[in-house]
Write a protein of this length. Structure first.
Length: 378
């Protein structure tokens, strides 16, 4: 299996190199070789194949250069991969991987529930521990009095990522959350976060912040974020904010309502069985009887303490937290379970929310008061 994967990678690398050389033979490096100042830059300029690959990488990066996440990805790649190479072969491998990673991907049509088969017998999903690329997007203001924070919505619109985050505390007198709403836009010419509204009573879900939050009363629709603002115990009003506008929210007669994250976009039903302190996760389908084991008790971690999942809109995949420390991804089509991200230090992970970035599968989440994104590798 390992040999066949290496052969496939070698073939893809050869084909990409051939395509670059024969289609772009007249191209040179993307930078001025007369000003090459490092050994790696001089090596690129002296190699026709590397010069062409550098130009190709510049070409695929161009439409992404105004997105902060990809600026971070490219900067990290230059420092940790390309500039650490000491041979032409190492540099070619690094360029092949980065060109492939930055090239847009077409998302395949999502299979219907009837296309997904029940895993037979006593088998469980194949498990992997494969961390995705994790990028720090922004730090929330973390103002005085903030006790809780949640990602409310996240969506990619015209290629640009928008994330809505709430920071605040539960106001017992009002019986509602009070705090600030922020928007993060993944664009390099904007402030990191924009305050949509401050010190408001926010009504975002039936049980905001709960494991099962119930119906949601805030979300993104047609490029705008709708929410309900609580004025008093008995008074609420609908509000709307045009994403990316930085304009004050306006009152709206349209009231947003959506199913819980655990049900929205669901392909299968899930059960959390109990076996001692921790339980196992099982899936079932309406078109066929029986259950399949997604996560057995005690494997691969010490135990499962599974929080309600969130389903992808575009893939037969759901994501969930195990405790507050790790994010897992389960694919009900290919029957795989993968640990994709972990909390840093003693912080807590909150609200893993699936998105698509440049056609790639990704998840935004809070790690303490830091907004992060994990993006799938090849």
């Amino acid at each position: 299996m390992a040999d066949s994967m290496r052969n496939i990678y070698s073939l893809s690398k050869f084909l990409l190199l051939a395509l670059l050389l024969f289609s772009s033979i007249a191209l040179s490096a993307s930078f001025d070789c007369g000003k090459a100042s490092t050994e790696v830059e001089r090596q690129i300029c002296s190699s026709p194949s590397l010069s062409v690959m550098d130009e190709k990488l510049s070409e695929v990066f161009k439409p992404l250069k105004n997105r902060r996440a990809f600026q971070v990805i490219e900067s990290d790649w230059l420092e940790s991969e390309r500039n650490s190479c000491e041979s032409t072969e190492c540099l070619e491998d690094a360029y092949v991987r980065q060109i492939r990673f930055l090239t847009p991907i077409s998302v395949t049509p999502r299979p219907t529930q009837k296309d997904i088969k029940l895993l037979a017998g006593d088998k469980a999903y194949t498990q992997f521990d494969r961390s995705w690329k994790v990028i720090e997007l922004a730090w929330l203001p973390n103002e005085k009095g903030v006790l809780e924070r949640f990602i409310i919505s996240a969506e990619t619109i015209s290629g640009m990522l928008h994330v809505i985050v709430f920071e605040g505390h539960f106001d017992a007198a009002m019986i509602a959350y009070r705090g600030n709403l922020y928007e993060y836009v993944d664009h390099n010419d904007r402030p990191i976060v924009h305050a949509i509204a401050k010190d408001i009573g926010f009504d975002g879900a039936l049980r905001l912040g709960a494991n099962d939050e119930g119906k949601r009363f805030s979300g993104i629709l047609d490029g705008s974020f709708y929410y309900r603002q609580q004025i008093s115990k008995n008074q609420l009003r609908g509000m709307v904010y045009k994403l990316g506008s930085k304009l004050p929210p306006a009152e709206s007669s349209l009231l947003f309502q959506q199913w819980p994250n655990a049900d929205e976009n669901a392909v299968s039903g899930l059960t959390f069985g109990w076996g001692g302190e921790y339980g196992k996760l099982q899936a079932y389908y309406s078109h066929t009887p029986g259950y399949e084991t997604v996560a057995p008790v005690g494997q691969p971690e010490v135990g499962w303490n599974i929080y309600n999942p969130i389903w992808s809109k575009s893939r037969p995949v759901f994501y969930f937290k195990n405790g507050d420390e790790t994010i897992w991804r389960a694919n009900v089509a290919d029957k795989t379970l993968t640990k994709i991200a972990a909390a840093s230090d003693k912080d807590m992970i909150q609200n893993p929310t699936p998105i698509d970035i440049n056609g790639r599968e990704a998840v935004v989440f809070l790690d303490g008061y830091t907004l992060k994104m994990a993006i799938a590798p090849d």
